[in-house]
Design a protein around this ligand. Structure first.
Ligand SMILES: Nc1ncnc2c1ncn2[C@@H]1O[C@H](COP(=O)(O)OP(=O)(O)O)[C@@H](O)[C@H]1O
Ligand SMILES: [Mg+2]
Length: 234
């Protein structure tokens, strides 16, 4: 039986701006099973990044319950959430977010350095293997600034996956890339989803890409609407 890996119940996000309350997310319910591919689309400003940040435990919802890998995130403190994140979650951003003064290898090593059982030689092997897997065998020692956008995003994907997380959250990962490069990166994410069994939660503007995912939701007026459910994997 596949395990429920994310369960969100009545998640809402409201923020106070001066004397007004802005509701960004309204009573979101979402259940995701291990290994699934889930796309979330919606207009700019519809709350996609807010939702992803909450699901990834980077931000807190103002109300509702969130269970991640069986743990009740809504009851955890910052330190406990950081630990849960470190063990289970990888994040890929539109803007890559690599550290400019570190090589590709050092960037991928970063999350391993934070693991409790960090061992340098073993970590280097893991980071090299992951960089090879994303197609960067020849760029392992390069600095980010000499890499193309697509190569930088490959480094970011290797960094997100090197700890073998259960879930990868990708917020418009191809938004800064040309069409062909974007397609290559999308294929890579799908391949890694299948090979590693990692659950893929993808925010995208690309409706064609979203339609390739097993499930597709649209975020509108702070609520999630099903566009597609239980398609065969892309
Ligand atoms: N910390 C914040 N303060 C004020 N407004 C915010 C904050 N975070 C998000 N918003 C607003 O919430 C809405 C949703 O933002 P976001 O989640 O970034 O949308 P999307 O990723 O779909 O473009 C936007 O109107 C944005 O301006
Ligand atoms: Mg966004």
């Amino acid at each position: 039986m596949p395990q429920l890996i994310i369960s969100a119940q009545h998640l809402s996000q409201q923020i106070q701006i001066q004397h007004k309350t802005l509701t960004i997310l309204q009573q979101i319910n979402l259940e995701i099973v291990e290994g699934e591919q889930v796309a979330i689309t919606g207009r700019s400003g519809s709350g996609k990044s807010t939702l992803l940040g909450i699901l990834a435990t980077l931000d807190r919802a103002s109300s509702g319950e969130l269970w991640l890998c069986g743990q009740p995130v809504h009851t955890l403190n910052e330190e406990q959430r950081a630990k849960l994140r470190l063990q289970n979650v990888g994040f890929v951003f539109q803007s890559f977010q690599l550290l400019a003064h570190l090589s590709a290898l050092e960037n991928v090593l970063l999350p391993l350095r934070l693991q409790p059982n960090f061992e340098y030689a073993k970590a280097v092997r893991q980071a090299e293997t992951m960089l090879e897997r994303v197609g960067l065998s020849d760029q392992i020692y390069q600095m980010p600034k000499v890499l193309s956008g697509g190569e930088q995003q490959r480094v970011a994907i290797a960094r997100a996956l090197v700890t073998q997380p259960k879930i990868i959250f990708a917020d418009e990962p191809t938004g800064n890339l040309d069409r062909q490069t974007a397609q290559d990166i999308e294929q890579l994410l799908f391949e890694l989803n299948r090979e590693m069994g990692v659950t893929l939660i993808l925010v995208t503007h690309d409706l064609n890409l979203a339609s390739q995912c097993q499930r597709h939701y649209e975020l509108k007026s702070g609520q999630l609407f099903v566009v597609q459910h239980d398609k065969d994997g892309g």
